[in-house]
Design a binder for this molecule. Sequence first.
Ligand SMILES: Nc1ncnc2c1ncn2[C@@H]1O[C@H](COP(=O)(O)OP(=O)(O)OP(=O)(O)O)[C@@H](O)[C@H]1O
Ligand SMILES: [Mg+2]
Length: 634
Amino acid sequence: MSELEGHKAPRRRAGDTAVSEQAARAAQEARKAQVARVARVNGPLVEVTGLAGVAMYDIVELGARRLPGEAVAIRGDVTTIQAYEYTGGLAPGHPARGLGEPLSALLGPHLLGGVFDGLLRPLAGAPAWLEPGQSQAAASREFDFTPTVTDGVTVGGGACLGTVATVGGIGYRVLVPPGLGGEVARVRPAGPVPGDATIATVAGAPVPLTSAWPVRRPRPYRERKDADAPLITGQRVIDALFPVTRGGTSAVPGGFGTGKTVLLQQVTKWCDADVIVYVGCGERGNELADMLGELAELSDPRTGGRLAERTVVIANTSNMPMMAREASIYSAATVAEHFRDMGLDAVVIADSTSRWAEALREFASRSGELPAEEGYPASLSSALAAFYERAGRVVTSEGREGSVTIIGAISPAGGDMTEPVTTYTQRFVRCLWSLDRDLAYARHYPAVSWSGSFSRDDAVIAAWYAAQGDPGWAGRRSRLAALLAEADRLSSLAELMGAGALPTAERVTILAGRLIREGVLQQSALSVTDASCDSARAAALAGAVLATAERCQELARGGIPAATIEDQDFSPILRAREEAGTPDAVASRERMMLASLDELGRAGAPDGAEAAADGAAGAPEGIAAQHHQEGAAA
Ligand SMILES: Nc1ncnc2c1ncn2[C@@H]1O[C@H](COP(=O)(O)OP(=O)(O)OP(=O)(O)O)[C@@H](O)[C@H]1O
Ligand SMILES: [Mg+2]
């Protein structure tokens, strides 16, 4: 009976005194009974007393249902637990048990092609409503193992003991756990092995096929390296203007419905990484279910198998317990590092980090922590840094090169780009793909803003393209960017003064901006030809549009009136992204387009046009320039 007294104590608004009295009483009782007890439950925040020897971030199981939680504060005998599951039914007095180990993810070949919850427990069955399954599921599968060492050899941490044949065709390597080293014995012969098999012993210690690793601790590597190559995403606006490196980081902020989920799912499907870890974090469950369906159908151009087979999906959708979101992104980083350690390129895609930050905020507010900006805990910035820091290109303990690239969506409330998650994230990422509401409203997809986005790795990537035989990449990029910026500036002038007041050359620049937007940057996720675009075709499309723009400028210089140029049929170039599936097909459209412009030049050039054009350009240019200066001054 006495155990319930704490529960009956009158409620007070000043949480802390009530808590400490309540907790102290429960602590006394727990000590009497020599068992840890739940003292207080407040949503995902649970206070437990009597947990002898508990350490920060240890896992604690709560109640008869053994709900998992993590110790996030220890004050004397009272331990605060962040519960990862719904705490309905959990009451003061219920038992609690410390496991004496931190939250860990089970790493093994079962991850590939799987769908898991935020704690990396397999989610069984139909994707429509995801339910936690049993963690034993990993062990029940069989894998085809081939040893690469023999008994008696000496190995160090990170050395390869054997390989597992995976459906996805990636080279899955079974490595000696970090910190272990010595003589190998009892190597398992080639053949099928269960997921929980021990595949050898090293210095007498068993090395299992599937092993646990604490999710908050980055896996070790030999050396960190600077990024040197792009991650080709298949999305032109990214690959041509704001490229991300293998081992780099990128954030995708965008208001409601601007296309974050579609863009990230496109990258998931088409990027040229070996393994993709997709975290659906607090977003709609049905979107994730749709994506799982699409992944299962898509064939993988690299392996000939299905794309799903080299994807790991972590689902913590909005219909699942809030707090597991907090762990999910660390679980994802751990899984990606696991594959990186095999010398592979892994990508973590998180949609959305704002929903993850919401979990931090909810917990902080319940724990009575003094809120910093907009109710987020003061640790928000360091938590974001800890996540993005796990990206990188490294030399693994085995001496191979591998990488983890991290791409996270941000959904700022009301599209407010000054809110804390967006501002902090911008500090830690190498690339920003900022989605623009006006572009999305105009159905310009992907709505990546060319004025609000950046890539800090363009120089490295330009060098890589040059080494790969495309020295023109950097030049194309800067011309595209310059024309887009200039076209934007002139368009706003044209809005003020009317397009007719601008000289021909400036009207042609506005036209060039339109050709770039419609012929290069737009890319429909639903298109059969164009959902993904390889580097060669992207180069051909950009080259064709730039050549067309250049020829139009020549016509303008030759005295062809702006209206005549604007009225040209540019559809061979504009429709190339949808209709021309190869670089050659794009090039032949470019020839067609240029030929028709040459025709226009021959037919339309008036006598003495050059002088006239120059004269015409003179006055309005003065006005335009003056106007621009006034605008800038204002
Ligand atoms: N690349 C694209 N190609 C075609 N359509 C697109 C593309 N990107 C976005 N869309 C359209 O925009 C809609 C909204 O996109 P999406 O769901 O990705 O937005 P979001 O930013 O994730 O929204 P929310 O803030 O609600 O999560 C899609 O349903 C689709 O119709
Ligand atoms: Mg979305």
